[in-house]
Design a protein around this ligand. Structure first.
Ligand SMILES: Cc1ncc(COP(=O)(O)O)c(C=O)c1O
Length: 490
């Protein structure tokens, strides 16, 4: 039987030779062998294809026993080079095989019980922290599984994809680590940090196209012209199987879960997880969460076929997918109990609460499932609920805007306009009143020419930090009682 192996070898004389001797002694006919560098200067990767007669487990054990062989894996079973028909549904066996393949390279992320969110919602809330993956999201699972199931011939051709986000970084990181050439096409307006990160992982980044769709078209063109392998972000059997490993992992960590809430873009993540969990514990409730502005999976479920919804911007850019996948929809139809949507402000609030209460940094898509739980899209009181925090790649400038807006909404930041006579002592009287109410002045702005200010008056715009809505209301009442006429800026 033809098999593919991957070995990590110490760069010492004789290690490669001794590994090859084991293979030949076990009757393997090596047909294709490549050695590539890894990011560790003392370690190389050897990939090979061979006709084998030996029983696979003991062969791997013998290879691992060779001094200097750090890792030996059989990449064959069961998916290498196997054509997947469009109608082939991912199965539990595919996900288990993916787990075996990626286990050594993808860390198990924590599933932590949050006391604070449990008290707030009445559920036992467990956060699955995929934002802690090296490139900041779960995407590594699917990308690595796909790369590890490529034939040596496919590996030699290299991979290409179009993405401006988490998929790009995951593919770049794992392709390069596996010694596979990687090209990522990003739209011209992609954030600079994402371009720089993806390049830093070793991928060639091509910026082309004014929109994501144009970047995809360019990636497809290059793929065809250069005979590369296109690595789809979600509508791919091995990618879905890789994402499904999260389902196995969560059940291992907390076997008695009642419900799992998962953000949905194209549906690879939800489809894979739901397939794994329902196969093992069909009674677990599976809930998919979309951004209300781009509800493509919900529409696809209603229409029983993927449909393209209008483009819209959302702070959950990772799940702003306009069309559900042809492979993912059947999985969602078969295994998912409910699909719900969340609004922009709800996502922003979830990001802020996660940061404040759990010290967890989530991006918009990563906080969508929590937003749905917090805003009662489903009634899960008294239940053990796993909430997937699937990514943490958020631009810091954007994060600072979310924090500021959240504080304003919570009444913890308050801006007031107050008209005062423009003479010495007026401002001091105002700030003393504010200090007397134990609010903290953050910013003061004087205006004499605009806002219809009378000659001889000044308008003071003052921003203060308070303990919340109640405290803000108390401060305004105290100012009114003292003869000021404050106007709240909204
Ligand atoms: C952080 C994050 N969450 C969720 C998703 C959705 O994954 P899928 O497209 O497989 O539904 C993505 C996709 O890029 C993502 O980046």
């Amino acid at each position: 039987m033809r098999r593919s192996f991957s070995l990590l070898l110490q760069n010492k004389p004789g290690v490669l030779l001794r590994a090859a001797q084991v293979l030949t002694a076990r009757g393997c006919n090596v047909e294709d062998l490549r050695v590539s560098r890894t990011e560790d200067p003392f370690v190389s990767r050897m990939t090979l294809e061979a006709e084998t007669v030996a029983e696979q487990t003991s062969l791997l054990e013998q290879l691992r026993a060779v001094p200097g062989v750090l890792e030996a894996r059989d990449l064959t079973s069961p998916a290498i080079g196997q054509p997947r028909e469009a109608g082939d549904l991912v199965t539990l066996q595919d996900i288990e095989a993916a787990m075996t393949r990626i286990r050594g390279s993808i860390p198990v992320t924590p599933l932590v019980l949050s006391e604070w969110f449990s008290n707030l919602t009445g559920s036992s809330v467990y956060f699955k922290l995929e934002n802690l993956q090296f490139t900041g999201s779960f995407k590594e699972r699917g990308a690595l599984n796909r790369i590890l199931t490529m034939t040596l011939e496919e590996r030699a051709r290299g991979v290409i994809t179009a993405s401006a986000g988490n998929h790009a970084q995951a593919v770049a990181y794992h392709a390069v680590r596996q010694g596979v050439r990687c090209v990522i096409v990003m739209p011209e307006m992609a954030p600079l940090t994402k371009v720089v990160n993806t390049q830093a992982y070793g991928a060639t980044v091509i910026q082309k196209g004014g929109s994501f769709d144009e970047a995809v078209a360019e990636a497809r063109r290059i793929c065809e012209a250069e005979n590369m392998v296109f690595l789809h972000a979600f509508d791919d059997h091995e990618v879905i199987s890789g994402q499904g490993t999260l389902g196995l992992e969560m059940l291992e960590q907390c076997p008695m879960l009642d419900a799992v809430m998962v953000p949905v873009g194209g549906g690879g993540l939800l489809g894979g997880i739901a397939c794994a969990i329902k196969a093992i514990r069909p009674e677990v409730r599976m809930i998919g969460v979309e951004a209300a502005r781009v509800p493509s999976m919900m529409r696809a479920r209603e229409m029983r076929s993927p449909v393209t919804v209008s483009a819209a911007s959302t702070i959950a850019d990772g799940i702003a997918v306009r069309r559900a996948g042809d492979r993912t929809l059947p999985l969602v139809e078969k295994y998912v109990d409910e699909m719900v949507t969340v609004e922009e402000e709800e996502i922003a609030k979830a990001i802020l609460l996660l940061l404040e209460r759990e010290k967890t940094l989530a991006e918009g898509a990563g906080a969508a499932a929590l937003a749905a739980l917090l805003h009662h899209r489903v009634d899960l009181r008294g239940k053990k609920v796993a909430v997937l925090i699937c990514g943490g790649n958020i631009d810091v400038m954007f994060l600072s805007r979310i924090i500021e807006r959240g504080l304003v909404k919570d009444g913890r930041l308050l801006r007031l306009q107050v008209f005062l006579p423009d003479h010495p002592g007026s401002l001091s009287r105002l700030t003393q009143m504010i200090a007397g109410q134990r609010a903290n002045v953050i910013e003061v702005h004087h205006e004499r020419a605009y806002y219809g200010v009378n000659l001889g008056d000044t308008m003071i715009e003052v921003t203060v930090e308070t303990r919340g809505t109640g405290h803000s209301d108390e401060l305004i009442s105290a100012l009114v009682s003292a003869g000021f006429n404050p106007k709240r800026v909204v």
